[in-house]
Design a protein around this ligand. Structure first.
Ligand code: IMP
Ligand code: MG
Length: 178
């Protein structure tokens, strides 16, 4: 699997070091609040597991499945929520996602949750691509900013592969279907 990478951007140790920092920041920000974390599946699975174990606060956890990619590396703009949004009324919501790319999926999730009258909504992403977005979404917590390249590993997939790579790297261009 590692051989399918053009280069490694962040190894496991670098990811976990950064998670220590973000977790400390989130723990301080939500110290006296009723926090509900909503993780967007499947890409945020590893990120969610490692981040939440570093946050020593009482919190609720819900997961939300969305589909926006269909074996492509570009967003189609169409986002489907795979189930009814969890109950977020009167809760402080922190949305976790793997990557902020076009912004389509996070904008759709955020919009859906805001309709259910939460007290607040913030967004935390592991990766943020430096590019102009189809929909304006601001992430409150960002693990790493990256260039506009297609990356895999640590939860991120290409056609459902590579999620179990422990590092994050740029996928070789010759492996991406044109
Ligand atoms: P959006 O384009 O911001 O809506 O991102 C939607 C989803 O596409 C993300 O949550 C990822 O699952 C996936 N995605 C976007 N960019 C990449 C990438 O570089 N590698 C793997 N998945 C990606
Ligand atoms: Mg994907």
């Amino acid at each position: 699997m590692q051989g399918d990478l053009e280069r490694v951007l962040f190894d496991e140790a670098a990811i976990l070091r950064r998670l220590d920092q973000i977790a400390a920041q989130i723990s301080a920000d939500y110290r006296d609040q009723e926090l509900t974390v909503i993780a967007v599946l499947n890409g945020s699975l590893m990120f969610m597991a490692d981040l939440l174990r570093r946050i020593p606060l009482p919190l609720k956890l819900d997961c939300l499945g969305v589909a926006s990619y269909h074996g492509r590396t570009e967003s189609t703009g169409e986002v489907i929520l795979k189930q009814v949004a969890p109950d977020v009324k009167d809760r402080h919501i922190l949305i976790l996602d793997d990557i902020l790319d076009s912004g389509n999926s996070l904008a759709a999730v955020r919009e859906k949750l805001e309709m259910a009258q939460p007290l607040s909504v913030r967004v935390c992403v592991l990766l943020e691509k430096k590019k102009s977005r189809a929909r304006p979404v601001k992430a409150d917590y960002v693990g790493f900013q990256i260039a506009d390249e297609f990356v895999v590993g640590y939860g991120l997939d290409y056609m459902e592969q590579y999620r179990n790579l422990p590092c994050i790297g740029v996928l070789r261009k010759d492996l991406i279907a044109s």
